[in-house]
Design a protein. Structure first.
Length: 315
């Protein structure tokens, strides 16, 4: 596929997500999730080899579908750009992420704590029961920061490097991590391969997200030097090898303090504090969404440029 087709397709797909968000019905990722759930029931065993086979089949199958699509459009640049745009739109989730955050922020702003609690599970796996408005605000800000990388930056970068196969394989791996990548009794072994693959695929995008967030800090009234200091000091303190870079840089840019005690069902986790500012407030949800959109737009530009340059070097 020509480099210009890939670059144009990534840009068009990003624009489609920006203006239209995810399709409300018949989303391909939801369809993938149903297939993955059926295969999970068929292949599940409390072992790493079973989980590795499960992950390999689904991620490899997604990559193979992308390869077939690129080969079909190899001599037709317009078709190649259209297929890349469709795949990019399918795998991105930046606008839906910001809209979910805004909906929770609107409920909190209206004083409807119950509605905000009901909606929080749409955004993250945290138990909303007993959370007050500021605690929900922190959960939203942290989720927006982390998912800016997962839902926008990482798929764009993998699309730039590996085209449609990269887009589909990344989204498959990230979806499987969300489904089985837990450290509980049931999935500690079966979900190990999915979780480790997702960590590997997000290693560079998460650090790119942190760096771009440093540059984008002025968009929300932040200071790039302060943001960089927080990123360097706190980015590695998170239990995830990747999420900490995203959350620490967001904390620095927004001038807030993230981390603390989180409850996931019956599991209570004490996360290290990132940033040295005040606790997040409801108004910070909108600021986090603006920061996320700015970082995502910068990533789209970078991905389109990388796709073009990479294609020229392959000629």
């Amino acid at each position: 596929m020509r480099s210009s087709s890939r670059a144009v397709g990534l840009a068009l797909g990003f624009a489609a997500d920006w203006y239209f968000a995810d399709p409300r019905r018949g989303h391909p990722v939801a369809g993938f999730g149903r297939v993955a759930d059926g295969l999970r029931r068929a292949l599940y065993a409390d072992s790493r080899p079973a989980g590795a086979a499960y992950t390999g089949l689904l991620v490899g199958g997604s990559a193979a579908l992308g390869i077939a699509a690129e080969r079909a459009a190899a001599r037709r640049p317009v078709a190649g750009a259209a297929l890349t745009a469709a795949a990019t739109w399918t795998v991105l989730g930046g606008t839906s992420l910001r809209r979910e955050a805004a909906a929770i922020g609107d409920s909190l702003g209206a004083g409807d704590l119950a509605a905000a609690r009901d909606r929080l599970p749409h955004l993250c796996g945290r138990d909303p029961r007993g959370l007050d408005a500021d605690q929900i605000a922190r959960a939203v800000v942290e989720s927006v920061a982390e998912n800016t990388s997962d839902a926008v930056v990482a798929p764009l970068l993998w699309g730039a490097v590996a085209g449609i196969p990269g887009l589909l394989a990344y989204r498959a791996a990230n979806t499987l991590d969300a489904m089985v990548g837990y450290r509980n009794t049931k999935y500690r072994n079966f979900g190990w391969a999915s979780a480790r693959l997702d960590d590997a695929l997000n290693w560079l995008p998460a650090r790119f997200t942190g760096a771009v967030t440093v540059a984008a800090a002025p968009a929300v009234g932040g200071n790039p030097l302060h943001t960089l200091r927080v990123l360097r000091r706190d980015g590695a303190s998170h239990p995830s090898p990747n999420a900490g870079r995203c959350e620490a840089s967001a904390a620095g840019a927004l001038g807030v303090r993230l981390g603390g005690t989180n409850t996931y069902g019956k599991v209570v986790e004490h996360r290290p504090v990132m940033g040295a500012g005040r606790a997040p407030r409801v108004a910070d949800i909108q600021r986090a969404a603006v920061l996320s959109g700015t970082v995502g737009a910068a990533a789209a530009v970078a991905a389109a440029w990388l796709a073009g340059v990479g294609g020229l070097r392959r000629r």
